[in-house]
Design a protein around this ligand. Structure first.
Ligand code: FAD
Length: 279
């Protein structure tokens, strides 16, 4: 269980997404082949908005867990689902020995239409999971605040309520250590000291990451992005890794309970980042 791993020492984890193409499956296969060198404490697998990767996520998580080298945690979103649909998925995970779930709201439909289903907030899914069995439950945290929240203070209060019932949180990516440290301090001030694992993204795709940062209202390092965009392809990995190593080393020094890398199913950056941190 991930909360037990966190209690035992600083975790190292990776986020994967379920590939939809043969080329994507080849990339992930190569990454899984090299995973022993990275030796993650656990991995997590994303869930497409509104259930669009429901089977793919489930199949990948079940396959990774049966290999039994490390726990694989499914992400699960509740917006757009009925209570019966989620109960069936949770039962299925229980029957396959899946002990860890990242409980998320997910986003309402992009076209602005109201989400159908029985759920609005991630806290409701945490409650379902708590009632269903003995899961180790993770939730999402946004160091700079969630973009749909009215204010940072309001978002912090909702996160504190969610995290009180869950076991740990993983943050959205951020580039300034201070944003993460402020989040941890704010939770402590609200009486919540559950582990909050920082999520770090190596800046290998500045265009894509800038788009996500804009969507999430997160600060984006334009200087670093310009240097990476101007660099020769062979140098980009080194620049992105150097920045992630500096950020991760600071977070570790400040007592972060784990380091979670958004690796886009690729192994090269995690290999280099974790190797540098071990030196
Ligand atoms: P919530 O905790 O429900 O919060 C959503 C908003 O509602 C916030 O603004 C919050 O302040 C507010 N709120 C919460 N409770 C209340 C309340 N009682 N009253 C009023 N307002 C309230 N998305 C996917 O589709 N698939 C994934 O696999 C996925 N993985 C993710 C992994 C991580 C680590 C992170 C950080 C995000 C991930 N997301 C994923 C994105 C996430 O689903 C969206 O950001 C979503 O908009 C919010 O999810 P949440 O779980 O934080 O929701």
């Amino acid at each position: 269980m991930i909360h037990e791993l966190l209690a035992a020492g600083r975790t190292r984890s990776l986020e994967f997404f379920p590939p939809r193409t043969e080329a994507g499956r080849d990339v992930l296969r190569a990454t899984l082949g090299g995973l022993a060198g990275v030796d993650p404490s656990f991995v997590s697998v994303t869930y497409g908005a509104g259930g669009s990767t429901r089977e793919l996520t489930r199949d990948l998580v079940v396959e990774l867990n049966s290999a039994a080298t490390m726990p694989a945690m499914p992400h699960l979103t509740c917006v757009g689902h009925t209570r019966a649909q989620l109960a069936a998925m949770v039962d299925d995970y229980t029957s396959h020995g899946i002990d860890n779930v990242l409980a998320l709201a997910g986003d309402p439909p992009a076209d602005g239409s109201p989400a159908v289903g029985d759920f609005t907030f991630a806290l409701e899914l945490v409650e379902v999971l708590r009632e269903a069995g003995s899961f180790s439950i993770g939730v999402a945290a946004f160091p700079e605040g969630h973009p749909r929240s009215g204010s940072l203070a309001e978002d912090r209060r909702h996160l504190a309520a969610k995290l009180e019932l869950a076991d740990f949180a993983i943050t959205n990516f951020f580039f300034r250590a201070e944003d993460y440290l402020r989040l941890v301090d704010d939770m402590a001030a609200l009486g919540v000291t559950k582990p909050i694992i920082p999520g770090v993204i190596p800046l290998l795709d500045p265009v894509g990451v800038r788009r996500f940062a804009d969507l999430n209202g997160a600060w984006f390092p334009e200087d670093l992005a310009s240097r990476i965009e101007a660099a020769a392809p062979a140098e980009r990995l080194a620049l992105a890794v150097e920045h992630s190593v500096t950020l991760c080393a600071r977070l570790a020094d400040e007592g972060a309970p784990g380091l979670h890398l958004y690796c886009m199913n690729r192994i090269e950056a995690p290999e280099k980042i974790f190797a540098a941190l071990s030196d």
